[in-house]
Write a protein that binds this ligand. Structure first.
Ligand SMILES: [Zn+2]
Length: 356
């Protein structure tokens, strides 16, 4: 795990960026939060000590997060192994990136990732209710007020909706354009469009290309799942849902361990625990996996094929977290699907995957 000080400046900066970007629409930007002012002061001090140029104001510091990739930020900072060409704020849209969210969640404080876990655990649901609520939120990160009335009035969805309705809020200001909220037709997360024709940015940060706009709602009529759950619950839960269905076809049951994000799957050789992560920064995930494998030495970790295919470094970084000689493994969802179809969780197939 990252120690308390490692990369603290970058983490504080990422948290400051997120807090400012997603602030309540009634909150004024100035005075800046104590946290933002504090990280600005630290960065100025670092610049003065190193003799480099210092940002003259918080807005200039924010502009740097947009103009400079993490590896080229003009001040001394531990980059935590973040891919050096990635930015904290998207240059074109000015929106915080997935990288920013993951950096802000790194380390012992946990940021939105820990908040997502705490939020799900606080629901205190039975296994079957949790599965229903988890899938519901993953499939509907954006809803309209009219839909919520239908959820409440329909027997099939009324109980689920009652458990989770408090986790939907009005969209943050930065998501609203001319009073409207766009939804990415691919991932169904909030999106932005500059011309009402094509998507210019979507919150997953992973949707290929800039497709045509899908749904757009009157922002006053839209409710969005809270940010931590959009960032850390939606994508992995969708992957889990698809894998669970595939397992069922193969006669294998994959059951969620409460709201922990861990699933148990019964292979012919015995039960294995499975964790699914959808992250863009391999070094940050590798740190998390080291802790996970310490606690669960035979865990199977699944990541989306598209992120594993992003570059060689991704697979190498994650494999480095697997303890030598352990039965733990990291694989893509496609590779895990092949295991499910093969019905084995500890055979040669997995071994081949682990050392791929
Ligand atoms: Zn999308």
């Amino acid at each position: 795990m990252l120690d308390r000080e490692a990369g603290s400046l970058l983490r504080e900066l990422a948290r400051g960026v997120l807090t400012l970007a997603y602030r309540d629409k009634t909150a004024s930007i100035v005075p800046y939060s104590v946290a933002m002012q504090s990280v600005y002061d630290k960065i100025v001090a670092s610049c003065l000590l190193s003799g480099g140029p210092a940002p003259t104001s918080v807005p200039e510091l924010l502009r740097w997060t947009r103009e400079y990739p993490v590896g080229e930020l003009p001040f001394n900072v531990d980059t935590l192994g973040v891919l050096s060409s990635d930015v904290l704020v998207d240059g074109a849209s000015g929106m915080p990136t997935r990288t920013c969210i993951e950096v802000a969640s790194a380390g012992f404080e946990g940021g939105w990732e820990r908040e997502a876990l705490r939020t799900l655990q606080k629901l205190e649901l039975s296994e079957s209710n949790y599965a229903r609520c988890a899938d519901f939120m993953a499939n509907r990160p954006v809803v309209t007020v009219q839909q919520t009335l239908n959820f409440a009035a329909t027997a099939r969805t009324a109980v689920t909706w009652r458990h989770i309705m408090h986790l939907y809020r009005s969209p943050a200001d930065l998501l609203v354009q001319s009073g409207r909220l766009h939804v990415c037709p691919e991932c169904r997360l909030p999106a932005r469009s500059d011309d009402d024709v094509r998507i210019a940015w979507c919150e997953s940060g992973e949707c290929p290309g800039l497709g045509e706009v899908g749904d757009a709602h009157d922002a006053q009529d839209a409710l969005v799942l809270v940010e931590p759950l959009r960032a850390f619950h939606v994508a992995p839960t969708r992957i889990a849902h698809a894998l669970r269905a595939l397992g069922q076809e193969a006669g294998l049951t994959m059951v969620a361990h409460g709201a922990s994000g861990t699933y148990a799957i019964q292979f012919s050789e015995g039960s294995r625990s499975v964790r699914i992560f959808d992250r863009v920064q391999p070094a940050l995930l590798a740190e998390e996996l080291k802790l996970l494998f310490e606690a669960e030495p035979s865990a199977l970790v699944v990541v989306p094929s598209r992120t594993m295919a992003r570059h060689l470094r991704y697979r190498r970084a994650l494999q480095s977290a697997v303890p030598a000689g352990s039965s733990a493994a990291v694989m893509t969802d496609e590779e895990f699907a092949a295991l499910l179809v093969g019905g084995t969780g500890g055979g040669e197939g997995e071994e081949a995957v682990r050392h791929a």
